[in-house]
Design a protein around this ligand. Structure first.
Ligand SMILES: Cc1ncc(COP(=O)(O)O)c(C=O)c1O
Length: 426
């Protein structure tokens, strides 16, 4: 079957249009290879799912674990009968997640985990309302889309009612017009006002991503999470941290919460958790676990045995191969080099990120407005030169390469990016 035939079937039978019309053959390390052997440096990694790269030593460990599990049983709903893989993975998650998180509910995806977390915090508190930052992203199912603070992802309203938003900690474009640190963290303080004036006082939880991924990698400033945590504690509100994108080494720590000493009541996981197989989950502290009863939430395919075996092998690979140290080292290198590039091209308005979750925000230098056309042109230029990236927010190139990417491969990316910037901006 030719690429043309497959493209036609996509057009005719697949509902969601494809972003890049490349026909993939296979992956090699941090590269994807198309049907005619052209190699693409992959700076998307399946939206962060294929974190360990393709056919790398780390990825092969996952393959071996999944293959070994296949010899026994492929799927058993983990709450139907005992199997080893979910038990071991849940024990491991208890050990590696921050604070006193202990019991995991497994499902299939980040969105499903968010839905489950909404149910659980409502049950645990007996309260209904929820608060989250504007511009944050929690998925596209009804509850997750209601929490999401981006109107483009809320189509199909009305969604869940009783959800309120506070300004995002987006210092480069502060919606309150302040500058950090003179702002006194006005965006975090805003939570007090929303609780006092907008809600009916029936708030169960504050949902937050450690780094806001979909609007273009917003790293909250120092002090933000301390303030948010203390407002939540003062008001008896649970703190739910969504690490779907940031978890499993993406930021150079197993969980990004570690950077800010966050101790969530509920932590949400997904994407890389299954080592490339569908797996999501949320882990709760013992007090919340006490309130959960068996009919509160279920998922027939969630916690699939193969995915749990893959997840455990993923975490062991990250630990045993010291992948977080590597991510910190190459991530810092990449950010440093991008900041040098920012000095050469005024069209780069901001470079921000942690570990290998990095955003390059493109702007119109004359007025600092976003530059969606230029961002999309640069994305296309990069693709033509064999580098895959995606654009998030209005005009931010979001970089999520494999966690095992080498400095040499990062240099390839930097050269291609500089060439593309020259072609589009000069
Ligand atoms: C922080 C966050 N939460 C939830 C989701 C939704 O995850 P999924 O696409 O697996 O449903 C995403 C996906 O991008 C995410 O980044």
């Amino acid at each position: 079957m030719t690429k043309h035939d497959i493209g036609q079937k996509y057009d005719r039978y697949i509902l969601k249009p494809v972003l890049n019309t490349i026909l993939l053959s296979h992956g090699e390390g941090s590269f994807l290879v198309d049907e005619v052997g052209k190699r693409y440096l992959d700076f998307v990694s399946g939206f962060g799912v294929s974190a360990l790269g393709y056919h790398t030593e780390a990825a092969l460990r996952v393959k071996d674990a999944v293959t070994a599990q296949m010899e026994h049983i492929w799927h058993n709903p983990y709450y139907l009968s005992y199997t080893k893989a979910p038990a071991l993975l849940a024990e491991k998650l208890c050990a590696i997640t921050p604070g006193s998180l202990q019991k995991t509910f497994f499902c299939n995806s980040g969105s499903e985990a968010v839905e489950g977390a909404i149910r659980v915090v409502r049950k645990a508190t007996g309260r209904k309302e929820l608060v989250a930052p504007q511009q944050s992203f929690f998925g596209r199912t009804c509850g997750a889309a209601a929490l999401t603070g981006l109107s483009q992802d809320k189509k199909g309203a009305p969604l869940l009612s009783g959800v309120y938003h506070v300004p995002a900690p987006y210092c480069f474009r502060c919606s309150l017009g302040w500058e950090y640190p003179n702002c006194g963290l006005a965006c975090a303080n805003y939570l007090r006002d929303v609780l006092a004036y907008d809600t009916s006082g029936d708030v169960a939880a504050f949902f937050v991503e450690p780094v806001l991924g979909d609007v273009g990698v917003i790293v909250p400033p120092d002090g933000y999470f301390d303030k948010i945590t203390s407002i939540c504690r003062d008001n008896g509100i649970l703190l739910v941290v969504d690490e779907t994108l940031t978890g499993l080494g993406r930021t150079g720590k197993m969980f990004a919460s570690e950077y800010w000493g966050l101790e969530p009541d509920v932590l949400i996981m997904g994407k890389a958790l299954g080592g490339g197989l569908s797996l999501g989950g949320f882990i709760v502290n013992p007090q919340i676990a006490e309130t959960f009863s068996t009919k509160d939430f279920s998922s027939s395919v969630g916690g699939n045995t193969l995915a749990c075996a893959g997840g455990l092998a993923t975490i062991k690979a990250i630990e045993e191969m010291h992948i977080c140290d590597h991510v910190q080292s190459v991530g810092n290198y990449l950010i440093e080099k991008l900041k040098i590039l920012m000095g050469k091209f005024p069209q780069i308005g901001d470079v921000r990120g942690v570990g290998l979750l990095i955003g390059i925000e493109l702007i119109n230098p004359s007025n600092k407005k976003t530059a969606p056309e230029q961002a999309s042109l640069i994305k296309e230029k990069l693709l033509g030169k064999g580098v895959i990236v995606t654009v998030y927010g209005d005009s931010t190139l979001r970089l999520t390469p494999s966690l095992i990417i080498s400095k040499k491969e990062i240099d390839i990316f930097l050269n291609v990016l500089e060439d593309s910037l020259k072609e589009v901006c000069l």
